[in-house]
Design a protein around this ligand. Structure first.
Ligand code: B12
Ligand code: SF4
Ligand code: SF4
Length: 321
């Protein structure tokens, strides 16, 4: 374990400076207390089967609710966020919709690499410090830690929103075994009386403010659901082939503060506005080549083809969306 006498503010400055150089847009620090209230929310979510077939959420719920169960040496959570928003590519006639977060390269790989570089730089300067890097797949409630570290608040659509980038942020953490002074948590709820996301969700997945039923969420259905669709599930997809951005697109914080990322790796790949015909003609071999290094490999070839068959082309006066 690193020395408790380490000058905390200098270390925080070092971490923040390096993180920014590595392309992280927001950085904050939190103390790793057990998540009593949020753990109870997670337990309620699981008890109501809102997680669908994401058994991995349930199997490590004790670690999610208490970071010390996950990594006992933890004394500080460095919460980081990276803006991924890019302007929408022109919509071609007949194209199916593809969620912004997966337009470019796989964020898991990119961010993990940067987190490891951050930890390495830290250990070069402070050799006694140990750490663990987390992005998405670790049993860590990332939105909660981002809020505790002062990065933003969890909106009614359940995503973490910041004042300066809206919610188009990837979250990640560096857990450290050294105690650093925490930043003030983000205490405000800036949703106010707005309910735009709840009204816009086409499937009723946001059945209560701040709560999601993943089984009805297009993102879950197109990415995490592993079985063939029932007729009712297929109907829910609307024009979405992979993921869904509706609740974020209608959010006034994104309309006002969403801005293009400087990260070249997140720029849209050409296939994000392909038509159903183009997707339907894709062989498994071509899929393997096309989606190399993309987060959208997750449902596999068969899952994507299931989505292609179910997603609808919706015609509007402006063209096809
Ligand atoms: C499981 C998961 C999903 C599931 C479930 C979504 C969800 N909201 O939980 C599905 C597949 C649907 C999904 C979809 C998406 N996801 Co996702 N997902 C995760 C994952 C792996 C775990 C989240 C989790 O713990 N859920 C469990 C539930 C209980 O948590 P929760 O909904 O946040 O619950 C909190 C509140 O809702 C509230 N609450 C719950 N019940 C109650 C009850 C009461 C009474 C009250 C008051 C409050 C309350 O308290 C809970 C604790 O704070 C995280 C990564 C991670 N390790 O954290 C990424 C993550 C949340 N996803 C992310 C993204 C980008 C998305 C999508 C936008 C992708 C897309 N465009 O298709 C969508 C957004 C859909 C949405 N509206 O949430 C990002 C979000 C970034 C951000 N700015 O917040 C994360 C953080 C990944 C990352 N590393 O960046 N995701
Ligand atoms: S991602 Fe789409 S389906 Fe899921 S909650 Fe948001 S609007 Fe609803
Ligand atoms: S759309 Fe409105 S209610 Fe929903 S998250 Fe954004 S500000 Fe909050």
């Amino acid at each position: 374990m690193a020395g408790a006498a380490e000058p905390g503010t200098a270390l925080k400055k070092f971490i923040t400076g390096r993180a920014r150089k590595l392309g992280f847009d927001k950085v904050g620090f939190a103390a790793p207390a057990a998540l009593t209230r949020e753990g109870a929310h997670l337990a309620g979510f699981l008890a109501e089967q809102r997680h669908g077939n994401m058994a991995w959420l349930a199997s490590r719920s004790a670690e999610r609710s208490d970071l010390q169960t996950y990594w006992p040496p933890v004394q500080t959570v460095v919460a980081l966020a990276m803006n991924y928003h890019t302007p929408a590519p022109a919509t071609a006639a007949g194209s199916l919709r593809w969620s912004n977060y997966a337009w470019g390269d796989d964020y898991h790989r990119l961010i993990k690499k940067r987190l490891k570089a951050l930890l390495l730089a830290l250990q070069e300067a402070y050799p006694n410090v140990s750490g663990r890097v987390c992005v998405d797949t670790s049993p860590v409630m990332e939105k909660v830690w981002a809020q505790r570290a002062g990065l933003g608040w969890q909106g009614k659509h359940t995503n973490l929103i910041s004042r300066d980038y809206g919610s188009w942020l990837f979250l990640s953490e560096l857990l450290l075994d050294v105690a650093l002074p925490p930043d003030p948590p983000f205490e405000e709820d800036l949703c106010g009386s707005c309910t735009a996301c709840l009204e816009a969700c086409p499937t009723g997945a946001l059945d209560e403010a701040y709560r999601i039923d993943a089984r009805k969420c297009i993102s879950y259905l197109t990415i995490e659901h592993r079985e063939p669709f029932s007729a009712a599930q297929a109907d829910m997809l609307g024009g979405w082939l992979y993921g869904c951005d509706i609740c974020q697109e209608v959010c006034p914080w994104n309309e006002r503060f969403g801005r293009p990322t400087a990260e070249a790796a997140f720029q849209p790949r050409p296939f994000v506005n392909w038509s159903r015909q183009q997707w339907a003609a894709l062989t498994e071999e071509a899929w393997d080549h096309l989606l190399r290094g993309s987060a959208a490999r997750r449902p596999g070839y068969r899952g994507l083809m299931r989505n292609v068959a179910a997603a609808k082309q919706v015609d509007t006066p402006e063209g096809t969306v």
